[in-house]
Structures are given as structure tokens and as C-alpha cells.
Design a protein around this ligand. Structure first.
Ligand SMILES: NC(=O)c1ccc[n+]([C@@H]2O[C@H](COP(=O)([O-])OP(=O)(O)OC[C@H]3O[C@@H](n4cnc5c(N)ncnc54)[C@H](O)[C@@H]3O)[C@@H](O)[C@H]2O)c1
Length: 248
């Protein structure tokens, strides 16, 4: 029997990369899934691949930075499945810019998706998660822990996710909720391609590179699946680096 048999899981950023890998991992462990993202075709593909595992999968276009989208998605999940056991926030964007050229618009957009989006999903799901004594896994980054060039908004947003995670863990821990986050670095996805900034300082950029090679998104999916599972019940308010030793 899979770790997630009988559990309903809400996953953001499910279309590609770490979100798609996590959706598939949880489907393989028997989870009932509600998947959201803004990339429709890719989301349909992830959902179809998850369904191949014989689990119940629903998906919906949802921009996590939009309060209405998030509220509607959580409400729809509860209507369809009756409960939420786990929420996994993976949706994110990274806009690479020299900091002195970073527009306020791009700064606020990054915070809106990465940080406000994570907050909105947690807030809307909390009443249901408290009923099931469930779990939340958020996605921070190594950029929350050590300086990274050309990513001032992204780093700030991911540090916010880390702080939000710890705050929720403390606030609701006594009620049986478990809230943790992962801090990936050097994962092979669309996001980790070489940044389109002019004349980047490669020494600075490579500061957060894994000691050996970049890892597949499935490696993060495995860690997320563990943190979301009952096996990790005593882990709360924790953040775990998965970066090939980059920040060691
Ligand atoms: N790849 C890495 O090395 C790395 C390192 C640290 C953290 N992360 C984090 O992992 C998460 C997943 O990133 P990834 O590397 O798989 O890249 P990715 O670009 O493949 O995945 C990001 C997903 O988020 C979705 N998304 C973007 N904006 C959205 C919005 N407004 N609403 C809903 N969905 C939205 C995208 O459509 C995409 O499916 C992100 O939060 C990212 O910051 C990745």
C-alpha cells in the first residue's frame, strides 16, 4: 500500500519540473491529486501521466498570485474530494536581472507568485488541513540561505517562504499541522538554465553550484514526498537543503 492511499493532495506548479515530478511521485504512492498551474497543455500532460497510476486526478488553471483563483481552486478540491490532507507549494518564477536594473514591476511580480502565492494557498487550505491534521510542504531555495547575484527579488521571495513556513509551523503545530520546506539548488529544470543577464560574473553565479552534478527534479520530489508523509510527523518547521552540498 502506498504512503498516500486515501490522502488528497493539492499541488501548485504541477505542469513542469519539480512540480510535475512530485505529482507523479505522489500518484505512484496512491495519492488523490488536485493539480494547479498556469501552463494548460503541460498540466494536462502531468495529470494524464498521474492518472496512469490509477489514482483520481483533477486539474485546474490557477494563477497562485490571484486570490480569486486560489480560493476557487481550494473550494473546488474540497467539493470534489471532501478533504485536504496535504498542500505542496511548488509554483515559482525567477527573473534574472542586475539589481540596479530590476524594475519594481518585476520585483513585485516575483513576490506575488513565489511568496504571496504560497501564503494564499496556505491560508485558503488551512481550515481544511486543521480538520485532517495534515501537512504543508513549501518550496524555498538555497538562495534564501546564501547570496546569489542577479536574483534580488527571487532571493527575497524565497527567504520569505522560509520565514512563513516556520511561522505557520509554530502557530498550528499544537493543532497537529506539520509545515516544512525544501531548499533546492542545482536541479535540472527550465528555471536553472543560464541566466539571460549581460556579462554575468561566472564566479559569483557558480557559488551555489552543486559539488558534483546537477540533479533531476525527481530527487526533490522524493524529499517532498517524505516530508508530506506520516513518517515525517515529528519534523515540523524544518527546512532541508537539497543542493548537492553547494552550501556546505
Ligand atoms: N530548479 C532549481 O534548481 C530550483 C532551485 C531552488 C528552488 N527551485 C524552486 O522549485 C520550484 C519549481 O521550479 P522548477 O525548477 O521545477 O522550474 P519550472 O519552471 O519547471 O517550474 C515552475 C512551475 O511553476 C509554474 N508557475 C509559474 N507561475 C505560476 C503562477 N503564477 N501560478 C501557478 N503556477 C505558476 C510554472 O508554470 C511551472 O510549471 C520553484 O518554486 C523554484 O523557485 C528550483
Amino acid at each position: 500500500m502506498g504512503h498516500f492511499e486515501g490522502k488528497s493532495v493539492f499541488i501548485t506548479g504541477a505542469s513542469t519540473g519539480i512540480g510535475a515530478a512530485t505529482s507523479l511521485r505522489l500518484a505512484s504512492e496512491g495519492a488523490t491529486l488536485f493539480l494547479v498551474d498556469i501552463q494548460e497543455r503541460e498540466l494536462e500532460t502531468t495529470a494524464a501521466r498521474c492518472s496512469d497510476h490509477g489514482v483520481d486526478v483533477r486539474f485546474k488553471i490557477c494563477d497562485v498570485s490571484k486570490e480569486k483563483d486560489v480560493t476557487e481552486s481550494i473550494n473546488e478540491m474540497v467539493k470534489e474530494f471532501g478533504a485536504i490532507n496535504t498542500v505542496i507549494n511548488i509554483a515559482g518564477i525567477q527573473i534574472w536581472r542586475h539589481s540596479h536594473e530590476h524594475s519594481v514591476e518585476d520585483f513585485e511580480k516575483t513576490l506575488a507568485v513565489n511568496l504571496t502565492g504560497t501564503f494564499l494557498v496556505c491560508r485558503e487550505a488551512l481550515p481544511y488541513l486543521l480538520k485532517t491534521g495534515g501537512s504543508i510542504v513549501n518550496t524555498s531555495s538555497t538562495t534564501a540561505l546564501a547570496g546569489i547575484p542577479y536574483s534580488v527579488a527571487y532571493a527575497a521571495s524565497k527567504a520569505g517562504v522560509l520565514a512563513l513556513t516556520k511561522s505557520l509551523a509554530v502557530e498550528y503545530g499544537k493543532e497537529g499541522l506539520q509545515v516544512n520546506c525544501v531548499n533546492p539548488g542545482g536541479i535540472k529544470t527550465a528555471m536553472s538554465k543560464m541566466p539571460p543577464v549581460e556579462e554575468p560574473d561566472m564566479d559569483l553565479l557558480l557559488r551555489q553550484s552543486p559539488l558534483a552534478s546537477f540533479a533531476e527534479p525527481e530527487s526533490v520530489a522524493g524529499l517532498i514526498a517524505y516530508l508530506a508523509s506520516d513518517e515525517a510527523r515529528h519534523i515540523n518547521g524544518e527546512s532541508i537543503r537539497i543542493d548537492g552540498g553547494a552550501l556546505s
